[in-house]
Write a protein that binds this ligand. Structure first.
Ligand code: NAD
Length: 363
């Protein structure tokens, strides 16, 4: 297998965490007999400095030809005073739009070794948690028309429109089912169909798509109950699929359950690999200017994003699991970057963390 990966290191700690991740992907090549080509391109502040634009056309063209894209992080104080459209973050929004990335995947994993970082009681997380939230990203009440503010009966009012088309629900449901197939084969679809007609359409389409994935066990949950269950019994979930606004809230809640920003990977997809969709993989955290250039950043979120890439874009489930196990073994051995150093252990820097994951992977 040969895959072409476009790499966007970005700003701040972005290049540092991406460099460690590329070491890990090279080790995956050695261990699993696959072959990757890497093409570096500019985005964010680095692109503004070099070209005047946060998302140069050459970067968009390169990403469109890639099998997958790996991103570090963008932004920093140097560019904070630019107008919104010219800021590094505009590059992020731009690439999501250019690649039609309508599905956002956020795993929330509590490694038992890091259970103390979770905001939950130890007995709820001591055996670890491994949830994947699949959120629809381009529809729902955030984008539905009409939306606006006006005066009715002499009173100011404002309105948004919660609307989903059946094809929008069908494609995100497929991403949810495909993700469940690559993991524990359980999908929980979250809606509010006891109150919202949108929820009724959502549920009926998800049930239709289920027929394409009969091996996956499907359940449904109302969003208010899901918010509660994520706190009461997070270990019950494998994959959650939901709409844009519910996913916005639930994915942040799941992240708080997991605990540390430096450990959270993410993926944005334009469809399943089987449908020819492309994926952009990035850590949830930003460019952390406060620790940039000091070899202090935790590269594990980006390394775990690469594991997601192996699983979701390349179908390399064994390699993905091997990378995740290598990360876990480094934590088990007591090594910690500063951000996850709560209960003691051996303090390491970004480069050492990358080296240790490679070593654990090749063992
Ligand atoms: P941030 O995520 O960069 O940092 C928040 C805090 O977490 C900081 O104290 C930082 O040191 C720490 N931190 C984050 N990632 C870490 C890691 N891997 N290892 C160790 N510690 C880590 O968020 P912020 O400070 O609000 O934003 C900084 C810049 O990043 C801003 O310009 C913002 O716009 C940008 N940003 C970019 C993205 C992205 O590229 N996807 C996301 C969020 C913020």
């Amino acid at each position: 297998m040969k895959k072409h990966i476009v790499v966007l290191p970005g700003d701040g700690i972005g290049p540092e965490v991406v460099a460690q991740t590329l070491k890990v992907l090279r080790a995956v090549e050695t261990k699993f007999g696959v072959s990757f080509t890497f093409e570096e391109a500019l985005m964010g502040g680095a692109a503004i400095d070099a070209t005047g634009s946060p998302l140069p056309e050459a970067t968009v063209a390169a990403c469109k030809k890639a099998d997958a894209v790996l991103l570090g992080a963008v932004g920093g104080p140097k560019w904070d005073n630019l107008p919104n459209a010219k800021r590094p973050e505009a590059g992020l929004l731009g690439i999501r739009k250019e690649l039609n990335l309508y599905a956002n995947l956020r795993p929330a994993t509590v490694f038992p070794e890091l259970a103390s970082l979770s905001c939950l009681r130890p007995d709820l997380v001591q055996n670890g948690i491994d949830i994947l939230v699949v959120r629809e990203l381009t529809g729902d009440v955030y984008f539905g028309q009409p939306a606006g503010e006006e005066v009715r009966d002499g009173k100011r009012c404002a309105f948004n429109n919660m609307i989903y088309y059946e094809d929008e629900v069908r494609r995100i449901a497929r991403v949810g089912f495909a993700a469940a197939m690559a993991r524990g084969k359980r999908l929980c679809s979250v809606d509010k169909c006891n109150v919202l007609v949108v929820g009724r359409l959502w549920r009926s389409i998800v049930e239709e798509v289920h027929k394409e994935f009969p091996q996956v066990e499907l359940s449904h949950m109302y969003v208010d109950n899901c918010a509660m269950q994520l706190i009461l019994n997070p270990a019950q979930f494998d994959v959650i699929v939901t709409g844009n606004i519910f996913g916005d809230i639930l994915s942040d809640e799941a992240a708080a359950v997991a605990g540390s920003l430096g450990m959270l990977p993410s993926a944005s997809l334009s469809g399943t690999a089987a449908d020819g969709g492309i994926g952009l993989y990035e850590p949830v955290h930003g460019s952390a200017p406060d620790i940039a250039g000091q070899d202090k950043a935790n590269p594990l979120a980006t390394i775990l994003s690469a594991a997601l890439m192996l699983r979701m874009s390349f179908g390399l489930n064994d390699a993905a699991t091997a990378v995740e196990t290598a990360v876990r073994n480094v934590l088990k051995a007591g090594y910690r970057t500063g951000d996850i150093m709560k209960d003691g252990g051996t303090l390491i820097g970004c480069t050492k963390a990358g080296d240790l994951v490679v070593e654990a992977l090749l063992k």
